[in-house]
Design a binder for this molecule. Structure first.
Ligand SMILES: [Zn+2]
Length: 157
């Protein structure tokens, strides 16, 4: 891992995403997971989300509303930088939420739901997500599990 490249991507993300408090509620259903997510991630902009909240909700990007996904994704991306390897659950699940199903599953790069989310992002923000995916693509074990380059080239174009 080239630490200067990682630092550049970090800065790109910070610059591209002004802190925005997502409108409430951040999830729409009342299952246990969604209530947990609302308790941990509701009412704060990404730069005020605490690391333990991310660790607790490591797989909770998918149930967020599209708007909350947009507002809170940077907190997950930056947390993932702590350890870009497949043993980091936050990194692994954040990639999952950016790429769709793992290879071998019913992978569809045209994933409509994810594309709809991506449309809320500005060109600069999509570029920052692509940079993150390119960085992730340099991690061997990750490359074997996720079509990160495919997602970068299609969904996050
Ligand atoms: Zn739910």
């Amino acid at each position: 891992m080239d630490s200067e490249a990682a630092r550049n991507v970090w800065n790109e993300i910070v610059d591209a995403f002004p802190p925005v408090t997502p409108s409430q509620p951040v999830t729409l259903c009342d299952c246990e997971e969604c209530l947990e997510v609302r308790a941990n991630l509701g009412h704060v902009a990404w730069n005020h989300v605490l690391p333990p909240a991310i660790e607790h909700c490591f797989g909770s990007l998918p149930p967020l509303t599209d708007e909350s996904f947009h507002a809170l994704l940077p907190a997950y991306l930056l947390h993932a930088f702590a350890d870009l390897g497949d043993h980091n659950k936050v990194f692994e699940w954040t990639l999952y939420s950016l790429c769709g199903p793992e290879d071998g599953a019913d992978h569809d790069p045209e994933d409509a739901g994810l594309r709809e989310k991506a449309m809320l992002f500005s060109p600069e923000q999509r570029r920052a997500v692509r940079s993150f995916l390119f960085l992730a693509g340099s991690v061997r074990e990750i490359r074997e599990q996720h079509d990160v380059m495919g997602a970068a080239a299609t969904i996050w174009r």
